[in-house]
Design a protein around this ligand. Structure first.
Ligand code: V47
Ligand code: SF4
Length: 397
C-alpha cells in the first residue's frame, strides 16, 4: 500500500515560513539541503517539524528497519599520551599506575571468552600508548583472525593510526595496507570530535588534525574498505561548527562513498576537565539526530549509540532519523560510564535490544558490521518475555 506522509502537509502549511516549506519540499523530492539550510534548521526547526522530515528520509532509505549487531568491545588500555579535555577515561602517562595496560595474551583471553557466543564483531577502543605499535597490532590482529577468522575486526581510529604510522615512518597508505593485510575489516568512527580547528585545538589539541582524520578515512576507502564517522556535540561548539563538521563529511562521502554510518556522540560531563560545561537537553539530542539525518543525504545510516544516551533516548531517536542502535555490547566498557553515561555496564541481551526496537514500533534487524542482514526478529517470540504484560505494537511492514 502506498503510504501517505505528513511531509506533504508541511509543504502546504502556510503557517510555516517560506524557507520551512521550501526545505520540506526539497526533502520530499529527495533533493539536497545546503549548509545555510542546515544552519537554519538547527537555529529554528521545531522538534516536530524536524522529526517529520528526518523520519521521512529514514523510511525512504531504510523502511521500518532498525539495525543492531552482536558485538563486544576490547579496551587494551585507558592510559593515553594525549589528554583531550572531554575525555573522562584516559589516565595521563604520569598517572599510569592508576590505569590498565593489557598484554597481547590478556587481549586474546578476552577474545576467547566469546568463543561460544554468536557475536560477529569485536570493536577496539581506548587510549594511545607507545608499546602498542604497528608490530603489536599486526601480530594481535593476525592472532585474532587465526583464532576466529569470521570475527569482524573494527579497529583503531585515525588518532591511533596517525600516531603509530608516524613512529614507524610509514605513509598512511603503507600503514593502512599493512593493517588491512593483518585483518582489520573496518574502521570505527571515533576521533573525529569536532572538525573546526579552534574548537578542536581547545578540546583535543595534539592529536591528529581534521585534515589527517579525513585523509586517513579517504585512503582507507580508496583501499576498498568501509568506515564510520562520529561528531562529538553539545560542549563548546556552536551550530555553525556542527554544520561545518557535517559538511566536510558529506563532501568526503561524495568523493569516496566509503562511510556506512554517522554517529552523533553527546558530550557527557562527568569526571573530565570540562565538567563545568552543562550537558545539552534531550530535545537538543533529538534535534541533532534529525538535522544530521536531513543533511547527510549520502549516508545510508544514522546510529544512536545507546550506552551513551540511554535506552529510552535511543528508543525515541528512532522517530528522529535513527535506524541503527549499535550492538549488544556485551562487555565492561568503561570509556562512557566514566563520562557519566546512562549505562554503567553497558550490555543488552539480544532479547532486550529486540524488544526495545519492537516497542519503538520498528522492525529489529540483526546485521553484520557491513549491514548484511543476519536475521529479522520482527516475529521472534522469546520464551523469557514478561508473561504479565502483553503490549504488542503492530509493526508496519
Ligand atoms: O572519539 C570520549 C567519544 C569516541 C567522551 O564506529 C566521549 O560504530 C562523549 O567513536 N562524552 C570513541 N563522548 C567512541 C566511538 C564509537 C562508539 C560507538 C560506535 C562507534 C562506531 C564508534 O568517544 C571518541 C570521543 O568522541 N568520547 N569521551 C565524553 N566525555
Ligand atoms: Fe586519549 Fe582518545 Fe581520551 Fe583523547 S579521547 S585522551 S585520544 S583516549
Amino acid at each position: 500500500m502506498e503510504r501517505t506522509y505528513a511531509i506533504e502537509s508541511l509543504v502546504k502549511d502556510t503557517s510555516l515560513s517560506p524557507q520551512e516549506r521550501d526545505i520540506a519540499a526539497r526533502v520530499r523530492d529527495g533533493a539536497r539541503i545546503t549548509t545555510d539550510d542546515a544552519l537554519f534548521l538547527y537555529a529554528h526547526g521545531s522538534l516536530s517539524y524536524l522529526g517529520v522530515l528526518a523520519n521521512y528520509i529514514r523510511e525512504q532509505k531504510n523502511g521500518n528497519n532498525t539495525y543492531f549487531n552482536r558485538n563486544f568491545h576490547v579496551e587494551p588500555t585507558n592510559v593515553c599520551v594525549y589528554s583531550c579535555a572531554f575525555c573522562s577515561y584516559s589516565r595521563l602517562i604520569k598517572q599510569r599506575a592508576d590505569g590498565w595496560e593489557l598484554t597481547m595474551d590478556q587481549i586474546m583471553d578476552i577474545i576467547k571468552k566469546y568463543d561460544d557466543q554468536p557475536v560477529t564483531e569485536v570493536h577496539f577502543t581506548g587510549g594511545v600508548l607507545p608499546q602498542y605499535d604497528v608490530g603489536f597490532y599486526e601480530e594481535l590482529f593476525r592472532r585474532i583472525k587465526a583464532h576466529r577468522p569470521e570475527l569482524h575486526i573494527k579497529a583503531l581510529t585515525p588518532v591511533e593510526y596517525h600516531y603509530i604510522f608516524k613512529k614507524a615512518k610509514l605513509s598512511y597508505r603503507e600503514g593502512l595496507e599493512r593493517m588491512r593485510a593483518a585483518g582489520v575489516d573496518s574502521m570505527p568512527g571515533g576521533g573525529a570530535e569536532i572538525f573546526d580547528k579552534d574548537i578542536r585545538d581547545k578540546i583535543a589539541g595534539g592529536k591528529c588534525s581534521t585534515e589527517q582524520w579525513l585523509e586517513i578515512h579517504e585512503i582507507w576507502h580508496e583501499l576498498g574498505m568501509r568506515s564510520n564517522a562520529t561528531m562529538l556535540y553539545g560542549h563548546i561548539e556552536n551550530y555553525a561548527h556542527r554544520v561545518d563538521h557535517l559538511d566536510r563529511l558529506r563532501r568526503l562521502q561524495d568523493k569516496t562513498g566509503g562511510f556506512m554510518t554517522f554517529i552523533p556522540l553527546k558530550f557527557r560531563n562527568k569526571n573530565n576537565q570540562m565538567s563545568h560545561v552543562p550537558e545539552v537537553s534531550l530535545i537538543e539530542d533529538l534535534r541533532n539526530y534529525a538535522v544530521s539525518r536531513i543533511f547527510l543525504d549520502n549516508f545510508d545510516h544514522i546510529k544512536a549509540y545507546w550506552p551513551m544516551i540511554g535506552r529510552d533516548v535511543a528508543q525515541m531517536s528512532m522517530a528522529f532519523g535513527v535506524d541503527d542502535i549499535d550492538g549488544t555490547i556485551d562487555d565492561t566498557t568503561k570509556i562512557y560510564s566514566m563520562a557519566g553515561a546512562e549505562e554503567q555496564n553497558p550490555a543488552m541481551t539480544t532479547r532486550e535490544i529486540v524488544n526495545l526496537i519492537r516497542l519503538g514500533g520498528r522492525r529489529p534487524i540483526e546485521r553484520d558490521t557491513l549491514y548484511h542482514v543476519i536475521k529479522d526478529y520482527t516475529d521472534e517470540v522469546f520464551p523469557e518475555d514478561n508473561q504479565y504484560r502483553n503490549y504488542e505494537i503492530k509493526i508496519k511492514p
